[in-house]
Design a protein around this ligand. Structure first.
Ligand SMILES: *Cc1c(COP(=O)(O)O)cnc(C)c1O
Length: 457
Protein backbone atom coordinates (compact mmCIF):
# COMPACT_ATOMS: atom_id res chain seq x y z
CA UNK A 1 0.00 0.00 0.00
CA UNK A 2 1.41 3.38 -0.99
CA UNK A 3 0.49 6.21 1.30
CA UNK A 4 -1.08 9.26 -0.38
CA UNK A 5 1.37 12.15 -0.58
CA UNK A 6 -0.26 15.56 -0.21
CA UNK A 7 0.69 18.22 -2.81
CA UNK A 8 3.77 20.34 -2.24
CA UNK A 9 1.97 23.42 -0.86
CA UNK A 10 0.23 21.29 1.76
CA UNK A 11 3.51 19.64 2.76
CA UNK A 12 5.15 23.03 3.07
CA UNK A 13 2.32 24.32 5.23
CA UNK A 14 2.61 21.28 7.50
CA UNK A 15 6.38 21.71 7.63
CA UNK A 16 5.78 25.30 8.73
CA UNK A 17 3.16 24.24 11.27
CA UNK A 18 4.79 21.16 12.76
CA UNK A 19 8.26 20.16 11.60
CA UNK A 20 11.29 21.77 13.23
CA UNK A 21 14.36 20.99 11.10
CA UNK A 22 17.81 20.39 12.64
CA UNK A 23 20.64 22.93 12.21
CA UNK A 24 18.18 25.09 10.28
CA UNK A 25 17.29 28.77 10.70
CA UNK A 26 13.58 28.07 10.20
CA UNK A 27 12.67 31.56 8.94
CA UNK A 28 15.24 31.53 6.13
CA UNK A 29 14.45 27.95 5.31
CA UNK A 30 10.73 28.50 4.87
CA UNK A 31 11.27 31.73 2.92
CA UNK A 32 13.76 30.11 0.58
CA UNK A 33 11.41 27.50 -0.87
CA UNK A 34 12.89 24.30 0.57
CA UNK A 35 13.49 21.11 -1.37
CA UNK A 36 11.21 18.28 -0.31
CA UNK A 37 12.71 14.95 -1.34
CA UNK A 38 10.40 12.12 -2.24
CA UNK A 39 12.71 9.44 -3.60
CA UNK A 40 16.23 8.61 -4.69
CA UNK A 41 17.79 6.49 -7.41
CA UNK A 42 21.54 5.95 -7.67
CA UNK A 43 23.28 9.25 -6.95
CA UNK A 44 20.18 11.30 -7.81
CA UNK A 45 17.47 12.67 -5.55
CA UNK A 46 13.97 13.55 -6.75
CA UNK A 47 11.74 16.13 -5.11
CA UNK A 48 7.94 16.01 -4.82
CA UNK A 49 7.64 17.87 -8.14
CA UNK A 50 9.78 15.24 -9.85
CA UNK A 51 12.82 17.52 -10.23
CA UNK A 52 16.12 15.63 -10.17
CA UNK A 53 19.25 16.69 -8.28
CA UNK A 54 22.72 15.17 -7.95
CA UNK A 55 23.38 14.17 -4.35
CA UNK A 56 26.53 16.28 -3.97
CA UNK A 57 26.72 15.82 -0.20
CA UNK A 58 25.80 12.15 0.21
CA UNK A 59 22.61 13.27 1.98
CA UNK A 60 24.76 14.84 4.64
CA UNK A 61 27.89 12.72 4.42
CA UNK A 62 26.16 9.37 4.79
CA UNK A 63 25.52 7.77 1.45
CA UNK A 64 27.87 5.14 0.05
CA UNK A 65 26.40 3.10 -2.85
CA UNK A 66 23.70 5.55 -3.91
CA UNK A 67 19.99 5.42 -3.10
CA UNK A 68 17.49 2.62 -3.55
CA UNK A 69 20.21 -0.01 -3.95
CA UNK A 70 18.62 -3.42 -4.61
CA UNK A 71 21.14 -5.34 -2.46
CA UNK A 72 20.71 -3.01 0.52
CA UNK A 73 16.93 -2.95 0.14
CA UNK A 74 16.95 -6.75 0.12
CA UNK A 75 19.04 -6.90 3.29
CA UNK A 76 16.46 -4.80 5.15
CA UNK A 77 13.49 -6.73 3.77
CA UNK A 78 15.05 -10.09 4.51
CA UNK A 79 15.79 -9.09 8.11
CA UNK A 80 12.30 -7.59 8.39
CA UNK A 81 10.90 -11.03 7.62
CA UNK A 82 12.67 -12.33 10.73
CA UNK A 83 12.56 -9.61 13.37
CA UNK A 84 12.78 -5.80 13.32
CA UNK A 85 14.27 -5.37 16.76
CA UNK A 86 15.62 -7.43 19.65
CA UNK A 87 17.51 -5.87 22.55
CA UNK A 88 21.22 -6.19 23.33
CA UNK A 89 20.67 -5.43 27.02
CA UNK A 90 21.57 -8.71 28.68
CA UNK A 91 20.75 -10.54 25.44
CA UNK A 92 21.91 -10.58 21.82
CA UNK A 93 20.70 -10.78 18.21
CA UNK A 94 22.23 -12.37 15.13
CA UNK A 95 23.04 -9.34 12.90
CA UNK A 96 24.64 -7.43 15.81
CA UNK A 97 27.08 -10.28 16.51
CA UNK A 98 27.87 -10.71 12.80
CA UNK A 99 28.48 -6.98 12.36
CA UNK A 100 30.67 -6.73 15.48
CA UNK A 101 32.85 -9.55 14.14
CA UNK A 102 32.98 -7.97 10.69
CA UNK A 103 34.02 -4.56 12.04
CA UNK A 104 36.67 -6.12 14.29
CA UNK A 105 38.10 -7.93 11.24
CA UNK A 106 38.17 -4.71 9.20
CA UNK A 107 39.49 -2.38 11.89
CA UNK A 108 43.13 -1.54 12.57
CA UNK A 109 44.71 -4.37 14.60
CA UNK A 110 43.74 -4.53 18.26
CA UNK A 111 40.37 -2.80 17.95
CA UNK A 112 38.47 -6.01 18.68
CA UNK A 113 35.55 -4.85 20.81
CA UNK A 114 32.48 -3.16 19.37
CA UNK A 115 29.83 -1.20 21.30
CA UNK A 116 26.80 -0.16 19.22
CA UNK A 117 24.63 2.95 19.40
CA UNK A 118 22.35 4.95 17.09
CA UNK A 119 24.28 8.09 16.11
CA UNK A 120 27.76 9.50 15.84
CA UNK A 121 27.20 11.71 18.87
CA UNK A 122 26.35 8.67 20.97
CA UNK A 123 29.38 6.76 19.67
CA UNK A 124 31.49 9.70 20.89
CA UNK A 125 29.70 9.90 24.27
CA UNK A 126 30.39 6.22 24.74
CA UNK A 127 34.10 6.59 23.97
CA UNK A 128 34.31 9.55 26.37
CA UNK A 129 32.46 7.72 29.16
CA UNK A 130 34.46 4.52 28.64
CA UNK A 131 37.75 6.44 28.78
CA UNK A 132 36.60 8.23 31.94
CA UNK A 133 35.50 5.03 33.67
CA UNK A 134 38.55 3.10 32.46
CA UNK A 135 40.88 5.15 34.65
CA UNK A 136 38.55 4.74 37.63
CA UNK A 137 38.35 1.00 37.09
CA UNK A 138 42.13 0.65 37.12
CA UNK A 139 42.51 2.86 40.17
CA UNK A 140 43.63 6.16 38.63
CA UNK A 141 40.49 8.30 39.03
CA UNK A 142 42.51 11.54 38.89
CA UNK A 143 42.88 11.01 35.12
CA UNK A 144 39.54 12.57 34.24
CA UNK A 145 40.08 15.50 31.85
CA UNK A 146 39.89 15.54 28.06
CA UNK A 147 41.95 17.31 25.44
CA UNK A 148 40.11 18.52 22.36
CA UNK A 149 41.14 20.55 19.33
CA UNK A 150 40.00 23.93 18.02
CA UNK A 151 37.20 23.55 15.47
CA UNK A 152 36.31 20.07 16.75
CA UNK A 153 32.87 18.68 16.01
CA UNK A 154 31.79 15.44 17.61
CA UNK A 155 27.98 15.66 17.61
CA UNK A 156 25.25 17.51 19.44
CA UNK A 157 24.48 15.75 22.71
CA UNK A 158 25.86 17.49 25.79
CA UNK A 159 28.88 15.22 26.23
CA UNK A 160 29.75 15.43 22.54
CA UNK A 161 29.30 19.20 22.65
CA UNK A 162 31.62 19.36 25.68
CA UNK A 163 34.44 17.97 23.55
CA UNK A 164 33.40 20.17 20.60
CA UNK A 165 34.91 23.55 19.83
CA UNK A 166 32.88 25.39 17.21
CA UNK A 167 31.86 28.73 18.70
CA UNK A 168 28.72 29.17 16.58
CA UNK A 169 27.25 25.84 17.66
CA UNK A 170 28.72 25.33 21.11
CA UNK A 171 29.48 28.63 22.89
CA UNK A 172 25.99 29.27 24.25
CA UNK A 173 25.87 25.88 25.96
CA UNK A 174 29.09 26.63 27.87
CA UNK A 175 27.53 26.55 31.36
CA UNK A 176 26.15 23.06 30.70
CA UNK A 177 29.42 21.52 29.56
CA UNK A 178 32.33 19.83 31.30
CA UNK A 179 35.58 21.74 30.86
CA UNK A 180 38.25 20.53 28.44
CA UNK A 181 41.79 21.49 27.54
CA UNK A 182 42.14 22.75 23.97
CA UNK A 183 45.02 22.62 21.53
CA UNK A 184 45.02 24.09 18.00
CA UNK A 185 44.14 21.82 15.08
CA UNK A 186 46.90 22.30 12.49
CA UNK A 187 45.16 24.53 9.94
CA UNK A 188 47.77 25.60 7.41
CA UNK A 189 45.60 28.06 5.46
CA UNK A 190 44.65 30.07 8.55
CA UNK A 191 48.00 29.69 10.33
CA UNK A 192 49.96 32.99 10.32
CA UNK A 193 52.79 31.29 8.39
CA UNK A 194 50.50 29.55 5.89
CA UNK A 195 52.87 26.62 6.27
CA UNK A 196 51.58 23.13 7.16
CA UNK A 197 54.81 22.16 8.93
CA UNK A 198 54.72 25.24 11.15
CA UNK A 199 51.03 24.68 11.95
CA UNK A 200 51.77 21.07 12.93
CA UNK A 201 54.76 22.12 15.05
CA UNK A 202 52.72 24.71 17.00
CA UNK A 203 49.99 22.23 17.63
CA UNK A 204 52.36 19.54 18.89
CA UNK A 205 54.19 22.06 21.07
CA UNK A 206 50.88 23.01 22.72
CA UNK A 207 50.12 19.34 23.30
CA UNK A 208 53.57 18.67 24.74
CA UNK A 209 53.25 21.58 27.18
CA UNK A 210 49.94 20.26 28.49
CA UNK A 211 51.12 16.68 28.73
CA UNK A 212 54.30 17.68 30.54
CA UNK A 213 52.34 19.48 33.27
CA UNK A 214 49.05 17.65 33.43
CA UNK A 215 49.25 14.17 31.90
CA UNK A 216 48.43 12.67 35.31
CA UNK A 217 45.01 14.33 35.15
CA UNK A 218 44.24 13.65 31.49
CA UNK A 219 42.10 10.72 30.44
CA UNK A 220 42.12 11.09 26.66
CA UNK A 221 42.44 13.28 23.60
CA UNK A 222 39.74 13.27 20.94
CA UNK A 223 40.46 14.13 17.33
CA UNK A 224 38.96 13.95 13.83
CA UNK A 225 41.85 12.24 12.04
CA UNK A 226 43.13 13.58 8.69
CA UNK A 227 40.15 15.87 8.04
CA UNK A 228 38.09 17.99 10.41
CA UNK A 229 34.64 18.00 8.86
CA UNK A 230 32.19 20.50 10.32
CA UNK A 231 34.95 23.05 11.02
CA UNK A 232 35.12 23.55 7.24
CA UNK A 233 37.02 20.54 5.87
CA UNK A 234 40.38 21.25 7.48
CA UNK A 235 43.08 18.84 6.33
CA UNK A 236 45.84 18.05 8.81
CA UNK A 237 49.42 17.77 7.46
CA UNK A 238 50.61 14.26 6.57
CA UNK A 239 52.33 12.60 9.49
CA UNK A 240 50.55 14.71 12.11
CA UNK A 241 48.35 11.86 13.38
CA UNK A 242 51.39 9.65 13.90
CA UNK A 243 53.19 12.39 15.84
CA UNK A 244 50.08 13.04 17.95
CA UNK A 245 49.60 9.34 18.74
CA UNK A 246 53.26 9.02 19.62
CA UNK A 247 53.12 11.88 22.18
CA UNK A 248 49.95 10.49 23.78
CA UNK A 249 51.44 7.01 24.14
CA UNK A 250 54.55 8.45 25.76
CA UNK A 251 52.40 10.10 28.44
CA UNK A 252 49.83 7.29 28.80
CA UNK A 253 46.89 9.36 27.55
CA UNK A 254 44.20 7.54 25.55
CA UNK A 255 43.45 8.45 21.93
CA UNK A 256 39.88 8.68 20.65
CA UNK A 257 39.75 8.84 16.84
CA UNK A 258 36.35 10.14 15.77
CA UNK A 259 35.91 8.60 12.32
CA UNK A 260 32.16 9.16 12.11
CA UNK A 261 32.76 11.22 8.96
CA UNK A 262 36.13 9.91 7.73
CA UNK A 263 35.66 6.20 8.40
CA UNK A 264 34.77 3.41 5.98
CA UNK A 265 36.38 4.56 2.79
CA UNK A 266 35.59 8.27 2.64
CA UNK A 267 39.24 9.36 2.55
CA UNK A 268 40.40 6.56 0.23
CA UNK A 269 41.53 4.27 3.09
CA UNK A 270 39.13 2.10 5.07
CA UNK A 271 39.92 4.25 8.13
CA UNK A 272 41.63 7.65 8.05
CA UNK A 273 44.05 6.62 10.85
CA UNK A 274 45.50 4.06 8.43
CA UNK A 275 47.09 6.84 6.34
CA UNK A 276 49.51 7.34 9.23
CA UNK A 277 49.52 3.77 10.52
CA UNK A 278 47.94 4.83 13.82
CA UNK A 279 45.91 2.50 16.06
CA UNK A 280 43.80 4.56 18.48
CA UNK A 281 42.35 3.30 21.78
CA UNK A 282 38.85 4.16 20.58
CA UNK A 283 37.50 4.55 17.06
CA UNK A 284 33.99 5.87 16.46
CA UNK A 285 31.93 5.12 13.36
CA UNK A 286 28.51 6.30 12.17
CA UNK A 287 27.32 8.09 9.04
CA UNK A 288 28.32 5.69 6.22
CA UNK A 289 28.22 2.53 8.35
CA UNK A 290 24.81 1.47 7.03
CA UNK A 291 25.45 2.89 3.56
CA UNK A 292 23.28 5.84 4.57
CA UNK A 293 20.23 3.67 5.23
CA UNK A 294 19.60 3.41 8.97
CA UNK A 295 20.92 4.94 12.18
CA UNK A 296 23.64 2.62 13.51
CA UNK A 297 26.89 3.84 15.05
CA UNK A 298 29.73 2.00 16.73
CA UNK A 299 32.53 2.59 19.23
CA UNK A 300 35.46 0.24 18.70
CA UNK A 301 38.04 -0.34 21.40
CA UNK A 302 40.83 -2.63 22.54
CA UNK A 303 41.15 -5.57 24.90
CA UNK A 304 43.10 -3.32 27.27
CA UNK A 305 40.01 -1.13 27.78
CA UNK A 306 37.53 -4.02 27.75
CA UNK A 307 39.43 -6.00 30.36
CA UNK A 308 39.33 -3.10 32.81
CA UNK A 309 35.54 -3.51 32.81
CA UNK A 310 35.75 -7.28 33.39
CA UNK A 311 34.64 -8.69 36.78
CA UNK A 312 31.77 -9.85 38.92
CA UNK A 313 28.76 -7.54 38.89
CA UNK A 314 29.33 -6.62 42.55
CA UNK A 315 32.82 -5.33 41.73
CA UNK A 316 31.09 -2.35 40.08
CA UNK A 317 33.19 -2.27 36.94
CA UNK A 318 30.27 -2.63 34.51
CA UNK A 319 29.69 -0.02 31.80
CA UNK A 320 26.18 1.17 32.60
CA UNK A 321 25.28 2.71 29.28
CA UNK A 322 22.92 1.70 26.47
CA UNK A 323 20.07 2.77 24.23
CA UNK A 324 16.72 1.14 23.50
CA UNK A 325 17.67 0.45 19.89
CA UNK A 326 21.35 -0.44 20.45
CA UNK A 327 22.39 -3.07 17.87
CA UNK A 328 19.15 -2.82 15.92
CA UNK A 329 18.93 -5.89 13.65
CA UNK A 330 17.60 -4.02 10.60
CA UNK A 331 20.42 -1.49 10.83
CA UNK A 332 23.08 -4.13 11.48
CA UNK A 333 21.81 -6.25 8.57
CA UNK A 334 22.05 -3.36 6.15
CA UNK A 335 25.47 -2.38 7.53
CA UNK A 336 26.68 -5.91 6.81
CA UNK A 337 25.31 -5.73 3.27
CA UNK A 338 26.95 -2.32 2.85
CA UNK A 339 30.37 -3.67 3.88
CA UNK A 340 29.93 -6.73 1.65
CA UNK A 341 29.09 -4.55 -1.36
CA UNK A 342 32.09 -2.34 -0.63
CA UNK A 343 34.31 -5.38 -0.89
CA UNK A 344 32.58 -7.00 -3.88
CA UNK A 345 32.70 -3.80 -5.89
CA UNK A 346 36.25 -2.89 -4.80
CA UNK A 347 34.89 0.42 -3.64
CA UNK A 348 38.13 1.65 -2.07
CA UNK A 349 39.88 1.42 -5.43
CA UNK A 350 36.97 3.26 -7.02
CA UNK A 351 37.20 6.00 -4.37
CA UNK A 352 40.93 6.42 -5.03
CA UNK A 353 40.36 6.69 -8.80
CA UNK A 354 37.50 9.11 -8.34
CA UNK A 355 39.50 11.20 -5.84
CA UNK A 356 42.35 11.52 -8.31
CA UNK A 357 39.86 12.65 -10.96
CA UNK A 358 38.35 15.17 -8.54
CA UNK A 359 41.80 16.42 -7.59
CA UNK A 360 42.69 17.03 -11.23
CA UNK A 361 39.45 18.97 -11.74
CA UNK A 362 39.99 21.00 -8.57
CA UNK A 363 43.10 22.68 -9.96
CA UNK A 364 40.78 24.77 -12.17
CA UNK A 365 38.74 25.73 -9.09
CA UNK A 366 41.94 26.97 -7.44
CA UNK A 367 42.37 29.45 -10.29
CA UNK A 368 39.01 31.09 -9.65
CA UNK A 369 39.52 34.64 -8.34
CA UNK A 370 37.50 34.17 -5.14
CA UNK A 371 38.59 30.67 -4.18
CA UNK A 372 41.02 30.96 -1.27
CA UNK A 373 41.77 27.34 -0.55
CA UNK A 374 40.75 23.88 -1.76
CA UNK A 375 41.09 21.01 0.72
CA UNK A 376 40.63 17.37 -0.08
CA UNK A 377 40.96 13.97 1.57
CA UNK A 378 39.60 11.38 -0.85
CA UNK A 379 35.95 12.22 -1.51
CA UNK A 380 35.80 14.73 1.33
CA UNK A 381 36.27 18.12 -0.27
CA UNK A 382 35.94 21.72 0.90
CA UNK A 383 36.31 24.83 -1.25
CA UNK A 384 36.84 27.99 0.79
CA UNK A 385 35.52 31.20 -0.73
CA UNK A 386 37.19 34.53 0.14
CA UNK A 387 36.64 38.14 -0.92
CA UNK A 388 40.37 38.77 -1.19
CA UNK A 389 42.86 36.04 -1.95
CA UNK A 390 45.86 38.11 -0.82
CA UNK A 391 44.53 38.92 2.67
CA UNK A 392 42.25 35.84 2.90
CA UNK A 393 39.48 38.21 4.03
CA UNK A 394 36.01 36.68 3.72
CA UNK A 395 32.94 38.17 2.07
CA UNK A 396 30.86 40.18 4.59
CA UNK A 397 28.81 37.75 6.67
CA UNK A 398 25.47 39.24 5.56
CA UNK A 399 26.24 38.29 1.96
CA UNK A 400 25.93 34.63 3.01
CA UNK A 401 28.14 33.70 0.09
CA UNK A 402 28.12 29.99 0.88
CA UNK A 403 24.32 29.88 0.99
CA UNK A 404 24.08 31.77 -2.30
CA UNK A 405 26.46 29.45 -4.11
CA UNK A 406 24.62 26.40 -2.84
CA UNK A 407 21.28 27.92 -3.89
CA UNK A 408 22.63 28.46 -7.41
CA UNK A 409 23.99 24.90 -7.52
CA UNK A 410 20.54 23.69 -6.58
CA UNK A 411 18.99 25.62 -9.50
CA UNK A 412 21.55 23.94 -11.73
CA UNK A 413 20.62 20.52 -10.33
CA UNK A 414 23.04 19.69 -7.50
CA UNK A 415 22.36 19.57 -3.77
CA UNK A 416 24.94 20.30 -1.10
CA UNK A 417 25.23 22.32 2.09
CA UNK A 418 27.89 24.91 2.91
CA UNK A 419 29.89 25.19 6.14
CA UNK A 420 29.97 28.98 6.41
CA UNK A 421 32.01 30.09 3.38
CA UNK A 422 33.27 26.60 2.64
CA UNK A 423 31.45 24.75 -0.12
CA UNK A 424 31.25 21.06 0.73
CA UNK A 425 31.53 18.45 -2.00
CA UNK A 426 31.09 14.90 -0.73
CA UNK A 427 29.50 12.70 -3.38
CA UNK A 428 28.47 9.11 -2.60
CA UNK A 429 31.52 6.81 -2.70
CA UNK A 430 30.10 4.77 -5.59
CA UNK A 431 29.46 7.83 -7.78
CA UNK A 432 30.16 6.94 -11.44
CA UNK A 433 32.90 8.99 -13.08
CA UNK A 434 30.54 10.69 -15.56
CA UNK A 435 28.28 11.75 -12.69
CA UNK A 436 31.28 13.18 -10.82
CA UNK A 437 32.16 15.26 -13.88
CA UNK A 438 28.59 16.56 -14.19
CA UNK A 439 28.50 17.46 -10.50
CA UNK A 440 31.81 19.31 -10.67
CA UNK A 441 30.67 21.22 -13.79
CA UNK A 442 27.74 22.55 -11.78
CA UNK A 443 29.84 23.36 -8.71
CA UNK A 444 32.37 25.25 -10.80
CA UNK A 445 29.72 27.26 -12.57
CA UNK A 446 27.83 28.08 -9.37
CA UNK A 447 31.00 29.27 -7.61
CA UNK A 448 32.22 31.31 -10.61
CA UNK A 449 28.85 32.98 -11.29
CA UNK A 450 27.88 33.83 -7.74
CA UNK A 451 31.28 35.11 -6.59
CA UNK A 452 31.66 37.33 -9.70
CA UNK A 453 28.21 38.77 -9.14
CA UNK A 454 28.63 39.39 -5.41
CA UNK A 455 32.14 40.81 -5.74
CA UNK A 456 30.90 43.25 -8.39
CA UNK A 457 28.23 44.76 -6.12
C1 LIG B 1 28.49 13.94 11.97
C2 LIG B 1 29.56 13.77 12.97
C3 LIG B 1 29.28 13.36 14.28
C4 LIG B 1 27.88 13.23 14.80
O1 LIG B 1 27.18 12.18 14.20
P1 LIG B 1 25.58 12.14 14.34
O2 LIG B 1 25.21 10.83 13.77
O3 LIG B 1 25.08 13.31 13.54
O4 LIG B 1 25.28 12.28 15.78
C5 LIG B 1 30.34 13.14 15.12
N1 LIG B 1 31.60 13.30 14.72
C6 LIG B 1 31.91 13.69 13.48
C7 LIG B 1 33.34 13.83 13.08
C8 LIG B 1 30.90 13.96 12.56
O5 LIG B 1 31.20 14.40 11.33
Amino acid sequence: MTRWVPPRDVLLAWNRDHLWNPFTPMKNYLEEDPVIIERGEGVKLFDVDGRAYWDGYSSLWLNVHGHNVPELNAAVTEQLGKIAHATLLGSANVPAILLAKRLADLAPPGLRKVFFSDSGAEAVEIAVKMAFQYWQNIGRPEKRRFITMTGAYHGDTIGAVSVGAIELFHARFGPLLFPTVRIPYPHAYRHPSGDPEAAARDSLAALEAILRDQADEIAALIVEPVMQGAAGMIRMPDGFMAALADRLRAYDVLLIADEVATGLGRTGAMFAVEHDGVVPDFLTLGKGLTGGYLPVAATLTTDRIYEAFWGEEIEGKTFYHGHSYTGNPLGCAVALANLELMEQRKLLEHVRRLSARAEARLSAFRELPYVGDVRQAGLMIGIEIVRDRATKAPFPREVRIGRKIVARARELGLLTRPLGDVIVFMPPLATPEAALEAMMDILYRAIAEVTEKEAGR
